[in-house]
Design a protein around this ligand. Structure first.
Ligand code: EPZ
Length: 419
């Protein structure tokens, strides 16, 4: 176990390069297995969530070779249809192997997945996909036992937008008999990259607003694809630029289109940007002002930046209110931000941020991945020293975070607990 020790107050200046997106890479690994053909994924971030996804695939008999930031996946010989709790318990996206195994082997035994604790995380919409597409579901001993001779196309109208359930349905529909129509589907850039991958593998997929039409095929081709830049990592550095007057960060390998709403909100807060192609300069030369922000499915403000924007708003002049329509209880980070002096209260489904906080260092714990990033931002602007434990959560989703922050001038050290 290790901690981050951060001495706040240092102006952050320089360049940072954004890694490939974790949340785009994870479904692509599942899709590459589904093809049963050689596939190459480029710009795969080196993260524990990716390592766990790879371990599950290897447990199923998939050959995976890693070369720097490329992985070569060849699933010509699947030897098992069972993914055990050991790795499944660690990440949510592992549930995507359910459709892959149903399509390729006609059965799947999948431990009910884990992942960040963001309030309730049901799997009923995944079950809706399995059931509608003809699978028989049994839940025993904490795992799904699924069987389907052949998945069948279906019309699925999601009651609300789910990234994971949409991706599950896309993977199931790719090789299903007939046509599948999804309504109220996720159109997050990570889902759209899965659509691009499946199209490149030979699946005909039409997308109009939130409706997708997928015509199943009997064989897929291998695909080589570069993972999109991580918009949440880029948004984290954008908001980090707002933490102290004088911060000036050049963020490289950004897709500004994917960040349109966070950029708009950052401007409203008082963070300035200059964008040239895939490079964004983000800097702060004036005070921040409070905002009302509501996290929503894409193209709305992302829930994964909700704790992080709250850290920036703690420093803003004037009150702010933050709501999250995706994970309405994603506020576990607030107790920890309050230890640093943020003074936030949660009333009903909203976090009320008084603003103008002069943050001061303390010992805090990262309760999940983005909560951890929010604490790092707050610590960068806090007086004295902050020690953040639970950084294994941060390492699930931010590649070389401390090295990138150090390069910008942050006084951050990663210490093992025995030090
Ligand atoms: C994905 O999780 C991301 N994870 C999350 O990122 C992200 O916060 C989330 O989408 C929302 O954008 C990956 O891509 C690996 P959902 P996912 O299904 O797919 C409810 C991060 O920090 N729901 O879109 O699990 C659910 O409770 C992570 O990188 C059901 O009700 O999220 C939530 O309220 C954490 N039933 C809403 O839908 C279901 O069967 C959206 O969740 C599934 C979800």
């Amino acid at each position: 176990m290790a901690n981050f020790v951060i001495r706040g107050g240092k102006r952050l200046q320089g360049s940072v390069s954004i890694s490939g997106s974790k949340n785009a890479a994870l479904p692509l690994i599942a899709a590459a297995v589904l093809t049963r053909k050689p596939c190459v994924l480029e710009d795969i971030p080196s993260l524990t969530d990716i390592d766990n996804m790879i371990s599950i695939a290897q447990e199923l008999g998939v050959s995976i070779k890693t070369q720097q930031d490329h992985i070569r996946i060849f699933a010509n010989k699947l030897t098992s249809a069972a993914a055990t709790y050991e790795h499944m318990g660690k990440l949510r996206a592992s549930i995507l192997f359910a459709s892959v195994l149903l399509s390729t082997m006609g059965r799947a035994t999948i431990a009910i997945p884990g992942g960040c604790i963001l309030g309730p995380r049901p799997t009923d919409l995944h079950e809706l996909v399995f059931r509608r597409m003809g699978a028989v579901i049994r839940v025993r001993h904490g795992q799904y036992e699924l069987t389907a001779k052949k998945l069948k196309g279906a019309c699925i109208d999601f009651p609300h937008v789910s990234v994971g359930a949409t991706q599950q349905a896309l993977l199931a529909a790719a090789c299903a008999e007939g046509t599948t129509i999804l309504s109220n589907a996720s159109i997050e850039p990570e889902t759209m990259q899965l659509v691009d991958f499946l199209r490149a593998a030979g699946v005909d997929i039409g997308v109009e607003n939130r409706t997708m039409k997928i015509s199943g095929v009997s064989r897929l081709s291998g695909v080589r694809m570069r993972v999109i830049p991580d918009r949440i990592e880029a948004g984290t550095f954008l908001l980090l630029a707002g933490m102290l007057q004088g911060n000036d960060i050049r963020i490289q390998n950004v897709n500004p289109e994917h960040l349109a709403t966070p950029i708009k909100i950052a401007h409203a807060l008082g963070i300035r940007t200059e964008i040239k192609q895939n490079v964004m300069r983000a800097y702060r030369d004036r005070a921040l002002t409070g905002q009302h922000i509501m996290a929503k499915p894409y193209p709305g403000f992302p829930t994964d930046l909700q704790p992080i924007v709250a850290a920036a708003l703690a420093r803003a002049a004037g009150k702010s209110v933050v709501k999250d329509t995706v994970f309405s209880e994603r506020f576990a980070y607030i107790n920890e931000l309050n230890r640093l002096g943020a003074g936030i209260t949660v009333k009903g489904d909203a976090a009320h941020i008084p603003g103008g906080a002069s943050l001061s260092g303390a010992n805090v714990t990262a309760t999940d991945l983005r909560a951890g990033a929010a604490l790092v931002l707050a610590a960068s602007a806090a007086e004295n020293t902050t020690m953040i434990s639970g950084i294994e959560h941060i390492q699930r989703g931010y590649m070389m975070f401390d090295a990138k922050l150090k390069k910008l001038g942050m006084d951050i050290t990663c210490r093992s607990q025995s030090q």
